[in-house]
Design a binder for this molecule. Structure first.
Ligand SMILES: [Fe+2]
Length: 124
């Protein structure tokens, strides 16, 4: 049995066997599957909360940042302060020129970087 998390490698959950750490840390992307080229649309990222298992938000343990990529290109990285951010739900406006795969990552100060399922976006 491996560790529940890594501080030196990207953490990706086993979707067939999610553990509590996965449920707390994995970012989930909500976005339309099809969009129009060069027209902004909203991407929502929720960190954790899978099956109601929320990540803590305290001065000693919190999600420090959330990043969104189109393929390997950075779209946005949002820094979060400890304790005062109400929830780990972010909305980001995105404009794409061509079809891509959105990827979301988050960094927990105690448990490292986590990435969830990519979201394929078809640009028409
Ligand atoms: Fe954590």
């Amino acid at each position: 049995m491996s560790e529940d998390f890594s501080l030196t490698k990207l953490n990706k959950p086993d979707w067939n066997n999610l553990n509590v750490m996965d449920k707390k840390h994995t970012p989930i992307i909500e976005a339309p599957s099809k969009v129009k080229a060069n027209e902004p649309f909203t991407v929502k990222i929720k960190v954790g909360g899978i099956d109601g298992v929320e990540h803590p938000n305290t001065l000693s343990h919190w999600i420090n940042w959330v990043a969104l990529y189109a393929g390997d290109r950075l779209i946005s990285r949002t820094a979060l302060g400890a304790e005062l951010s109400d929830s780990y739900i972010l909305t980001i406006n995105v404009t794409l020129k061509e079809s891509t795969s959105l990827r979301a990552q988050e960094f927990c100060n105690l448990h490292g970087v986590w990435e969830g399922k990519p979201k394929e976006i078809t640009v028409e």
